[in-house]
Design a protein around this ligand. Structure first.
Ligand SMILES: [Fe+2]
Length: 144
């Protein structure tokens, strides 16, 4: 039987050249796929949908803290706008959760938002810190 294709793919071209950050990005891709599957199932899938949003948000915050810590360390010139992207993402997730709780949005819209944001952020914004992070790649550890 053919495997169903995932909602979001990891592609090696997304790599920022830092194994730890790449692993965190892969985990966010995996969580987005879990969310999507919850949407597709509907019913009890939607209970796990809310639980996955919660754990994905917590994971994203740890991931953002990691990126931000090392941006400060390397005096990354685009630190402020990048940090604002992270903050507006968290605010948007909270807004979407409220809309979902009030039945004003469809879970699938949220999954699509997550997919688009993630791919854009990883493949465009995060790529830019790559040359700053690669020289210290083996010193980068999880920050909370
Ligand atoms: Fe980022």
């Amino acid at each position: 039987m053919l495997e169903k294709s995932p909602f979001v793919y990891w592609d090696d071209s997304f790599s920022v050249g830092v194994p730890l950050i790449d692993e965190q990005h892969k985990e966010l891709v995996r969580m987005t796929n879990v969310l999507f599957e919850g949407c597709e199932r509907g019913g009890t899938g939607l209970v796990s949908f809310m639980q996955t949003i919660q754990s994905a948000t917590n994971y994203a915050k740890i991931h953002f803290a990691t990126e931000e810590k090392y941006m400060v360390l390397v005096s990354y010139p685009d630190y402020e706008p990048h940090k604002r992207e992270h903050e507006s993402f968290v605010a948007e997730v909270l807004r979407q959760v409220r809309l979902f709780e009030q039945n004003k949005t469809q879970p699938m819209d949220f999954a699509l938002f997550l997919k688009n944001w993630l791919l854009n952020h990883i493949a465009v914004s995060d790529k830019k810190f790559s040359p700053f992070f690669i020289p210290i790649a083996d010193q980068i550890v999880v920050a909370g």
